[in-house]
Ligand binder design. Sequence first.
Ligand code: NAP
Length: 266
Amino acid sequence: MAQLAGKAAIVTGGASGIGEACSETLAREGAAVLVTDVDDTLGKAVVGRIAKAGGKAAYLHHDVRDEATWPGVIAEAEKRFGRLDIMVANAGIGIMSLIETMTLADWQRQQAINLDGVFLSIKHSIPAMRKAGGGSIVLMSSIAGLRGAPSLAAYSATKGGVRLLAKSVALEYAEDKIRCNSVHPGIIATPIWGKIPTGAEGNRRNAPIDPRERAAAAVPLTRVGEAQDIANGVLFLCTDAASYVTGQELVIDGGMTAGGRAQRRS
Ligand code: NAP
């Protein structure tokens, strides 16, 4: 029996990488999934693959920063699927810069997508989940939300914020049977690494980062993480098997944070 039969989910940033794997995994386990993203081509392709595999999904263009359009996203899930049980607040970007040369515009863009967007995902899904009798909210943080990340100060500030947001939301809505947890990936091979802004304003890296190369040097399990490794953890947090798990951090990093080895800046 599929673990999420009869459930409905929204996955933000669901067109690519970890969000794509989460969308496909939740759908494979029986959830109806509303995939939202700003990349319409990839988002529609994800939904096409889910449908081809016999799952139920729809795509909606949505920028997580835009509060005015959030009620329409929730309404779309309820209209199509009749309910909302699961929110995977996954959309995120990474901007790499030393703090002293980071522009305020880059800092604010980083916060707007990774932290404001997560806040809005939670805020607008709570009433629908209460109507459904409860739910599971999964926030995509990072190991950069657990410890400092040289050259990624703004990113780590957002991910640390997400970590504590999950705990506070868990406490606020426990009586509504709405659980909220954060997931902390390590180095995962997704397209995000190729999108890290490079050099444009003279304050950023000017060489692309290869996650496999980075993982080879830093991951105790000696391999880079795959998006499916993260989707497996997200799936667990969405199922009844996790019905007593809330306000917690699920770290999926091949052991990277198990030790105390310091990292140097990139
Ligand atoms: P990804 O492959 O780049 O996927 C992220 C998706 O979110 C992209 O389709 C992106 O579209 C979309 N997006 C960006 N801004 C958005 C916005 N304002 N509204 C809606 N969608 C937006 O990245 P990923 O590696 O899967 O990352 C997913 C999450 O995992 C992020 O929160 C990231 O910080 C976190 N994470 C990743 C890693 C890793 O090693 N990959 C490690 C730790 C944490 P565009 O491509 O058009 O921007």
